[in-house]
Ligand binder design. Sequence first.
Ligand code: BES
Ligand code: MN
Ligand code: ZN
Length: 495
Amino acid sequence: MDFGVWSKGLATLSVDCLVVGIFEEADLSAEAASVDAACGGRLKKLLERGDFAGRAGETLLLADLPGLTASRVLLAGLGARKQFHRRTWRKACGNAAAALLRTRIGSCAVAIARPPARELDDYYFGRAVAEIVGNALYRVNDLKTARKPAPAALRKVLAGPVRTPAAATRGLTHGAAIAAAAVVQRDLANLPANICTPTYLAEQARALAKSHKSLTVKVLDEAAIRREKMGCLLAVSQGSQQPPRFIVLEYRGAREGQAPVVLVGKGVTFDTGGISLKEPPAMDEMKFDMSGAAAVIASLTLAASLGLKLNVVGLVAAVENMPGSKAVKPGDVAISASGQTVEILNTDAEGRLILCDALHYARRFHPAAVIDIATLTGACVVALGHHHSGVLGNDDALVRELLEAGRRADDRCWQLPLTEEYGEQLKSNFADFANVGGRDGGAITAAWFLSKFTQGLKWAHLDIAGTAYLSGVPKGSTGRPTPLLADFLLRRVAR
Ligand code: BES
Ligand code: MN
Ligand code: ZN
């Protein structure tokens, strides 16, 4: 996709389509008014007849209006002017992009009224436009045998109006890279678990490193994982025929001595629950249980494609959680790489078991910050639903950075408390801790467990169980929290 900016003269722009915003009650945005003036009041007339209500997200395609170089105009409903915010703007843009992609329009100028600059400056405007178009273009990598639909006609998108074209252009470049990274995450996560195995994830990481000079990869196989004494990770993996993989992706964008950001991803390529087997409904969705790993791989792709002046390490613990005859059993005790022992009371609480060994591995990089990303708990979905990811950590500044990154990227997270008293629930008679602490505060006790392996590190945990994928008719990976992580990394460069 070719992105650019336009700043004036909508009526004479040589594009196939102008996209303008209309508020409810036939209220024309400034850009819509300028198009209306150029075409002799055709828009006003249409609105007066009541043919387009301007409700948020509605669209209407008009053709061959006089006085315009563009052969089409797409109206995008913005809802009531008083309730117009980033969210309604994003929805209007997203629906407009979807409507454009159903046509043979090859180029367009987006001239949808924007929220005030304090809500969305030129840089974030450009970024959002490129991300929204990228998301609209995404097609699931399905395995349907019918002929694939024709590729989209849309080749060129001009965004505006902007006051500082340089900032908007930079935003468009970053947004396109973020959208491309989100595709990496979504494609990996959408694959079925019979294809996307731990071995497959490792191969993908290898392929990625091959295509970027700034990336190097190391893959630990089962024997190497054993040498690292990752007893908790191995306990999860032992019930499966699929061998585990521990993937180390290193991106070097700054001088060697600069402490890296370490991203750690939960890569359970399928979570049956193990011997503590899950109930059948929606079990297929546990193929998405490697979304954290996919987000880590996506974030390293992003760092490399933008050449961020930063060092980033991605660690992926990739396993399949199965109830095979060698599977770990409730009550078994595993020895983590840190030496701490864990009584595995529930084999379905496997994410924390692979993460605790991965987080311990992070120490050798003397990281500036460690962030783990995991579809960790159903309890987080109960607490926050599907809009916010959960964030917990041992460093308030780092947690704040993530909260703010999420807000700026429209990929928000919400902090849950992480205080000592939750540890009571993980007491074990037979090991240092149990891996579960009952239903109550389940997202927090899971994070508390991880905190026992990150002492002395600046660490935060993102629980993306409710945000990484959608269920039901739109079932599929959302690509979250790649936009959040992208914003976090971009800000780390700037500081
Ligand atoms: N992968 C699941 C968490 C999950 C649940 C993600 C629903 C997405 C949607 C995780 O491994 C798990 O099974 N967690 C258990 C923990 C429990 C046994 C303490 C859960 O949340 O039920
Ligand atoms: Mn589980
Ligand atoms: Zn899981």
